[in-house]
Design a protein around this ligand. Structure first.
Ligand SMILES: [Mg+2]
Length: 465
């Protein structure tokens, strides 16, 4: 949309804002409890202080070198004053609803990306020129900033202020503004906390891409980075020199995405809440509070995880065809530096290669569609027995995919099966009302308690905003 007023030319285009809340869980906790403000805190996913990892850390803790994903003993070693808080997802979800309601005031094109991130599409007068008043601009270290009264910048600044006024002074966010989602997300990651960075066009995007690591961009993880490294591609400048056909032959359809990424191109549209893809997989995992090779204990935990998965499948009226089971081995202290690179993880400011590479194994099997926890367990147990190396394990997980609407499940007219289905419905009704495992199989009595928490990507939770 363009128009002219005398010699002044306005050009309008849609721009994308990526808004990422800073240290979200920790900020919400600090907002709720003034005694925690200004202190290093870490929020854990589990209800234990040991053998669980940090979901997030406050900026005070991050300054000391504490990182998301660190185990508590590691974090406390580098930050002995770290205050550990048990996560409360209902509290975080209520804040998410509040900030989404603020965002909704500016656009109806809003994509909820995760519990603390969203994309907004807004219309802005991005270029306004006249012969007698050239619009000034300057280049900062990270990006190009246009000094015009852009609608998107004003919206970004107003949102930042409203978050503080309407939710709380501890709630800050980093905002990236750009011409597509990929570049907006990258811009938002360049300055934290409380940043506002603009990548106005493709020319500036390429300058930014040439300064960052391959895995600084959303969509390139450690595995893709490693494959690219093996091909001699260590940065975006080199990636741009590789022909599209070569990338496609190595990465199939993802090759074209990589080709575009290196040029700051991304055609993915904003997916509003109601256009979001339906859930593609459902899973649960548990970090056990001790290392174990006790088969009965592992069996009980796996059955519980499968029952949870079955319950969620039935709630969505879905059946699963593919069952995926995996575990992680216990780490002995002598193995940690050699295999996990934990020493590197302690270096403050290090951007990447801070993930701990636990050993383990996984496998998936395709079966007839089912939503029955016991049926899923039977397959998962078969997988576990075939992949387990008999070492002690610290974590076990199950996920199901290849989901179909329930009517694809094999229908049975056998009286025994019908009886099972009726019983399952009654059990679901009671457990959904009074809590998971209120009614459970006798074999699960005295088993490890498992608490269900929503995942941060809200994959199976439809937001009411
Ligand atoms: Mg965040």
């Amino acid at each position: 949309m363009n128009f002219k007023i005398k010699n002044l030319k306005f050009e309008f285009m849609n721009t994308i804002l990526h808004i990422d809340m800073n240290s979200f869980f920790a900020s919400v906790e600090q907002q709720a409890n003034p005694k925690l403000r200004g202190k290093p805190i870490g929020v854990t996913g589990g209800d234990r202080e040991t053998r669980t990892v940090l979901c997030t850390a406050s900026y005070e803790a991050k300054k000391m070198g504490v990182k998301t994903g660190m185990q508590i003993w590691e974090a406390k070693k580098i930050c002995p004053d770290l205050i550990i808080i048990q996560s409360n997802h209902d509290k975080y979800l209520s804040v998410t609803t509040k900030f989404l309601n603020i965002f909704k005031d500016y656009t109806d094109k809003l994509e909820v990306f995760s519990i603390d991130e969203a994309f907004l599409e807004v219309t802005s007068p991005v270029i306004a020129r006249s012969p007698w008043q050239p619009w000034q601009s300057h280049t900062t270290k990270d990006c190009f900033v246009v000094n015009t009264p852009r609608n998107d910048i004003m919206i970004a600044q107003e949102i930042k202020q409203r978050l503080k006024d309407e939710i709380g002074e501890c709630i800050t966010c980093s905002i990236g503004i750009s011409y597509n989602k990929l570049m907006a997300k990258l811009a938002g990651s360049l300055k934290k906390p409380d940043g506002l960075v603009i990548i106005p066009d493709q020319k500036e995007a390429i300058k930014v891409l040439d300064k960052i690591e391959l895995d600084d961009i959303c969509g390139i993880g450690p595995a893709t980075k490693k494959r690219l490294f093996n091909m001699g591609i260590t940065d975006f400048r080199t990636l741009r020199k590789v022909p599209k056909s070569c990338l496609v032959s190595s990465f199939k359809s993802y090759g074209e995405i990589l080709y575009n990424m290196a040029r700051g191109i991304d055609h993915s549209p904003i997916k509003t809440f109601f256009e979001k893809d339906e859930v593609k997989s459902i899973g649960h995992r548990l970090t056990i509070d001790h290392d174990t090779s006790d088969l009965l204990e592992i069996k009980q935990i796996l059955l519980k995880l499968c029952e949870l998965v079955g319950n969620r499948l039935r709630a969505k009226k879905l059946s699963a065809k593919t069952i995926h089971c995996w575990y992680r081995n216990a780490l002995s202290s002598s193995v940690i530096p050699a295999k996990a690179g934990i020493q590197n993880a302690w270096i403050p400011g290090q951007a990447r290669d801070d993930k701990i590479n636990f050993t383990g194994n996984n496998m998936q099997i395709t079966i007839l569609p089912t939503s029955d926890g016991l049926q899923i367990f039977k397959t998962a147990w078969e997988i576990f027995q075939s992949i387990w190396n008999e070492d002690k394990i610290r974590m076990i997980g199950i996920s199901v995919s290849n989901l179909k609407p329930d009517y694809f499940a094999t229908l049975s007219l056998l009286p025994e099966t019908r009886k099972q289905e009726t019983m399952q419905k009654a059990i679901d009704k009671i457990n959904n009302k009074y809590g998971d495992f209120t009614l459970q199989r006798a074999v699960l009595l005295k088993s490890t308690p498992i608490k269900r928490t929503p995942n941060p990507f809200l994959s199976d939770r439809r937001f009411k905003i």
